[in-house]
Design a binder for this molecule. Structure first.
Ligand code: SF4
Length: 415
């Protein structure tokens, strides 16, 4: 009888994808969804904050208490905590994400082992995930060359490297043939695609746009300095989603320096105004409560943020990660204050989003993704949520809506 393996995945989309790859590579074992039945547990760990590390440790403790299946550790935590956990005999084997396709061999090893793998590895497959039957996430690169002072990612995922362009094009062509129309390009630092080679993110997108069936292309997240002249040339293209997610992380010049960011507020503002004038909705990432964020710097940041034409926000309170420069910076910001700042920021952007939707005078181009409680759900070209009431089955359809109501948190229409 085959031994049973349970996969426990922590963290982000990349880890979910890596777990999928491990599951589909597993031939000599049976996968179980019932943890209590498992002979072997593969812990695909996350190490992005100290909190993430302790979640992994307490999960291992929980397995030890409940019968003690054999534990293997992989994911980002393999690089930061793997050796220690192995020495403490709390896990039987540790392997880096580059080794995931060899999972059968790894799980069969009798002797305890530590194999961190290769941080320059790049996966052969690029299809990351499917949403419904119409949108696909495509992983185009991995790793990051930036060294933001709070971030551990480059140390556990390696420097930036890009997937092969012809492989991306081949995969998207196949998906487009099967009815997929929207493609979301993802990675750790997507804007660095092609750096050091003949290609670039803009060139890749142009090539993808020529594939028959491709209707809309979205980029996960780019850095302000990655929107150069070449990228600006594709802004008018009908296949480019009229929404860009550009990571600022902060808007106080002093904080940006402390965080070792490469963006500069004054230039960020010029860029955002330029994109706004071209009709783009703009989202950003933001961290509140990083060490050194005094009340005066926060007020300055709020004033600067108010001046930006932002419509979407992906914000977090700062969370310490040992091994990073920020972890030893002082003074620290009280967690309650960081949360209050986060809420203040969210309220500002929510309001700006509402104003943007009210001011827009055009048709919404919506891809319907799902249905819930009698309402269809999708996103328009500005990445705003649209709820549609309809008697027809709209799932997977592209619809154009000219009559709609801009409500507080979404656009609403009858179709
Ligand atoms: S750009 Fe993103 S992934 Fe790279 S170091 Fe900065 S925060 Fe981390």
């Amino acid at each position: 009888m085959k031994k049973k393996v349970f996969f426990k995945t922590f963290g982000c989309r990349t880890n979910l994808y890596d777990s999928q790859v491990m599951m589909s590579s597993l031939k000599e074992y049976e996968i179980t969804e019932d943890e209590s039945q498992a002979d072997v547990i593969v812990v695909n760990s996350c190490t992005v904050t100290n909190g993430a590390d302790s979640n992994v440790r307490s999960y291992i403790g929980h397995v030890e208490k409940n019968g003690g299946a054999k534990i293997f550790l992989t994911g980002c935590g393999a690089h930061t905590k793997g050796e220690k956990l192995l020495l403490e005999k709390r896990v039987h084997g540790v392997f880096g994400q580059s080794e995931k396709e060899k999972i059968d061999l790894l799980l069969a090893q009798e002797k305890p082992f530590y194999n961190p793998g290769d941080l320059n590895h790049i996966d052969a497959s690029v299809v990351d995930d499917f949403i419904g039957k119409s949108r696909a996430f495509i992983k185009i690169q991995e790793g990051c060359d930036f060294r933001c002072s709070y971030c551990i990612i480059p140390f556990v995922r390696g420097d930036a490297r890009s997937m092969d362009e012809s492989r991306i094009v081949e995969q998207i062509s196949r998906l487009a043939l099967n009815g997929f129309g929207e493609f979301i390009l993802t990675g750790t630092n997507v804007g660095s695609y092609g750096q050091g080679s003949q290609t670039s993110l803009a060139k890749l997108m142009k090539r993808i746009s020529q594939i028959r069936g491709v209707r809309r292309i979205r980029v996960g997240s780019v850095e302000p300095i990655q929107i150069g002249d070449e990228f600006k040339e594709i802004l008018h293209e009908p296949w480019l989603e009229k929404h860009l997610h550009i990571a600022l992380q902060h808007t106080s010049p002093t904080m940006l320096k402390l965080m070792n960011r490469r963006n500069v507020y004054k230039q960020d503002r010029e860029l955002f105004e330029f994109l706004h004038d071209k009709g783009f909705a703009i989202g950003t990432d933001f961290i509140t409560g990083h060490p050194g964020e005094s009340e005066a710097l926060w007020r300055e940041a709020m004033q600067n943020t108010q001046a930006l034409p932002l419509t979407h926000l992906h914000a977090f309170t700062y969370s310490k990660r040992d091994g990073t420069k920020s972890a030893i910076m002082k003074p620290e910001v009280n967690g309650k204050v960081a949360s209050e700042r986060l809420h203040e920021l969210e309220a500002v952007i929510q309001n700006k989003n509402f104003e943007f939707r009210k001011a827009f005078r055009g048709e919404l181009e919506v891809l319907i993704e799902s249905q819930k409680d009698g309402l269809y759900y999708g996103h328009d070209q500005h990445f705003n949520t649209v709820l549609v009431q309809s008697e027809d089955d709209l799932i997977g359809n592209w619809i154009n809506i000219s009559n709609y109501e801009a409500r507080g948190d979404c656009n609403y229409a009858q179709f």
